[in-house]
Design a binder for this molecule. Structure first.
Ligand SMILES: *[C@@H]1O[C@H](CO)[C@@H](O)[C@H](O)[C@H]1NC(C)=O
Length: 278
């Protein structure tokens, strides 16, 4: 009996344990079910929340950090070009600089380094984004194709240099001779340069602040021009100008002139309207 009962008990207990297992399995399923219906979405919510917070904070940090997400920081040919370099200007009246007078071959060499001669060719796809005159001069295929272009910064430096040179007529003899022989053209060029720089400086509206110092033997406060600025990288301009420069030696006369094999649209003056054809 005992064994029988044991035998009876055994399947019974075995059933019971199976049943218990079922219950346990069932409850585990139930727990898993609860987990999958409630706990997993919670973790997903937390994960997504954490992710979106990360993106939000990174976005804010980037904006605060470098102010580099303004539309004005993107340029064709250069791409992302924000003013990130901290540079303290040297604005002292009585301190020399490589670019200041008196003029000399070494001063000229310093200017020449930041003033590459000649233009560059830009791809037609870039040209199409500029809203420039659609009859803008093309670069012949032998010299790279596309359109002839120049970085404004290079033209602006050229203008400062021309104005500065005109204050040293004894040294820059050729320029002085030109100013005497073609006074009208020379005056037009100087006025053009001063007015281009005026427009550029007003366009940038640099809100950096100058402060003042007391200077020995001066009765009034003296402006301190040694101001920390945020600057774009001028070397990027030079690199890109060099990379895409139009090589004059590829042309029969050694420089770029009016083509003889195709017709061009001639203007009285460079047009304002991109669509203008005369
Ligand atoms: C292109 O330039 C013309 C003339 O200055 C101007 O009227 C037009 O709004 C400009 N288009 C764009 C897309 O900037």
């Amino acid at each position: 009996m005992g064994s029988q009962s044991e035998d009876d008990d055994f399947p019974a207990s075995s059933d019971a344990s199976l049943l218990q297992d079922d219950i346990r399995v069932g409850s585990r399923r139930e727990r898993l079910g609860l987990f999958s219906r409630i706990a997993i979405p919670w973790w997903l919510h937390l994960l997504l929340l954490a992710l979106s917070l990360t993106f939000l904070i990174t976005g804010i940090a980037l904006r605060i950090d470098d102010g580099s997400h303004c539309p004005g920081d993107w340029y064709p040919m250069i791409g992302h070009h924000p003013p990130l370099k901290t540079v303290r200007f040297d604005g002292s009246f009585d301190r020399s600089s490589s670019f200041k007078g008196p003029p000399s071959p070494s001063v000229d060499a310093a200017w020449a380094k930041i003033l590459p001669v000649g233009g560059m060719s830009i791809p037609e796809t870039v040209f199409q984004t500029l809203n420039a005159s659609r009859f803008a001069s093309k670069v012949p295929d032998i010299a790279g194709g596309g359109r002839l272009a120049l970085f404004e910064a290079i033209h602006q430096i050229h203008c400062v240099k021309s104005l500065w040179m005109s204050t040293y007529p004894d040294y820059y003899v050729d320029e002085y001779k030109f100013s005497q022989e073609e006074p009208e053209e020379w005056r037009e060029h100087m006025d053009h340069c001063a007015d281009m720089l005026r427009q550029k400086l007003m366009c940038d509206a640099d809100a950096t602040l100058l402060t003042y110092n007391w200077i020995k033997n001066h009765y009034g406060p003296h402006p301190n021009f040694n101001v920390q600025h945020k600057c774009r990288d001028y070397d990027r301009i030079l690199e890109e100008a060099e990379r895409h420069k139009v090589d004059g030696s590829l042309f029969p006369k050694g420089y770029f002139i009016r083509p003889t094999d195709t017709s061009v649209v001639d203007f009285e003056e460079p047009p304002f309207d991109p669509e203008a054809s005369e």
